[in-house]
Ligand binder design. Sequence first.
Ligand SMILES: NC(=O)c1ccc[n+]([C@@H]2O[C@H](COP(=O)([O-])OP(=O)(O)OC[C@H]3O[C@@H](n4cnc5c(N)ncnc54)[C@H](OP(=O)(O)O)[C@@H]3O)[C@@H](O)[C@H]2O)c1
Length: 515
Amino acid sequence: MSLMQTDFTEASSAPPNVMIIFGAGGDLTARKLIPALFHLSNARLLPESFAVLGLDRLDFDDDGFRDRMAEQIKAHVGEVFDQAIWDWLLARIHYMKIDMLSGPDYELLCERLSRIDAERGTEGNYLFYMAIPPSLFGKVTDHLGEVGLLHETEDDWRRVIIEKPFGRDLDSAIALNNELHRNMDEDQIYRIDHYLGKETVQNIMVFRFANGFIEPLWNRQHIDHVQITVAESVGVEHRGAYYEEAGAMRDMIPNHLLVLLGFVAMEPPNSFEATALRDEVNKVLDAIQPLTPEQVLTCAVRGQYGAGSMPNGEQVQAYRSSQGVDPNSHTETFAALKLGMDNWRWAGVPFYLRTGKRLTAQYTEIAIQFKRAPTIMFKDTEVEELEPDMLVLRIQPNEGIQMSFGAKVPGPTMKIGAVNMDFCYEDYFGNKPATGYETLIYDCMKGDATLYKHADTVEKGWEIVQSVLDVWNALPPREFPNYAAGTWGPPAAGDLTKNDGRLWRRIEIPKARGR
Ligand SMILES: NC(=O)c1ccc[n+]([C@@H]2O[C@H](COP(=O)([O-])OP(=O)(O)OC[C@H]3O[C@@H](n4cnc5c(N)ncnc54)[C@H](OP(=O)(O)O)[C@@H]3O)[C@@H](O)[C@H]2O)c1
């Protein structure tokens, strides 16, 4: 699988296939999917027998759609753009206008696919990518099932990539899984979370399990607590109407943050096979203690941003003034949680999670704070207390790993200062332009579901947050907006750690030094 490869150029190309994109006229296709295919073809990872079929209700023919993609590609792949690579890909891109809710259109789709398959030699392997609103997932797969396009044989495969959100609460997540299972086996379903395509997320496992010195420290004996921060400096942009229905908790915690937590807290899997890895993540989610309604009041914090000033001086409007947002909205744009785990490795170690929009910086990290060393040796010196050592796994930007620890400040007296050892991926391995979708699309073509989410994982994630959603729903917030744009969230989030005698880490984003 791709996980253990340090360089894509060493990997073999995917098998022949057609990637059929539902929602080809949308934002995701232009910004992420086509650029990801460009990067894959640049790395020679797409097979010669490859085609893309874009589906949408826009009125295009093949050439019109190619022109539309060509207009945008340079903006999304930047300086690595290469005309020859693009021409190779472009020649394989097709388009078909379709009403995704109309049965007869799927008969036409079958015919079109058969023709492309015969022309391109794609051997009947179809990857359907659902770049469409989640309300359509079940309807589209029903139609695909009716015309036999989800039927696999020994000679060909049919796989479906589903975009998040996977439901908006536990009941709807179960309903969505049931809808999908009406026409497919679980191993045909690839639920994508592009966070898992990021190098550092995969590297959490390499760091933990390929380095002998780390694992003995990775437990309640040595770790005081873990903080996971997924901060966005952007607001809701043009997605106000969508966000009103979601909110920070639904949008981020059951998927991104709990997946990061799963990878940090998991036991070593027996192998990097999809089932082994997912089983270990599921065990972590099973071990998380669901919050009682009383605990929700002390262990969960919500917030909504008001107008404010971003660090670059930009004055931004309040969430409630955004397009598509109710002026009295109760939707949270910030959520923080304190979770605990009932297992041997992590009993008593709190995991603090926070995420929000319009925070000070666009930044994702996992900070592991180690227990303080005893101060006995320093009792006759000026040192009153030793700062705890901290390991930071930085997911974005400047993916890397930072270790901060105490060192003697030079001079005649004993003083200790915190110093950092910092490793940026870019400094060692160069900057590989990527959207985060390359690894995942390539893995799906290869039939490797390791970095995709299983139905069980999705449902377990929702089980964990459902108790919070229920309490928040029953008790509408009275104090919104409760943090200014450009800050690190509401004061109550600070209390979450302060009440335990801890502090959120002060985040400073190091710059990559370049090679
Ligand atoms: N954009 C992102 O960065 C991003 C990130 C993470 C996840 N996602 C997920 O990815 C999916 C797609 O997002 P997106 O932002 O690309 O959405 P989008 O811009 O709204 O694209 C969806 C496309 O599907 C078309 N469509 C909808 N219903 C149709 C129908 N019945 N028949 C034919 N075409 C139809 C839409 O046409 P109309 O415009 O005419 O409705 C639109 O062109 C969503 O599930 C979203 O949650 C997106």
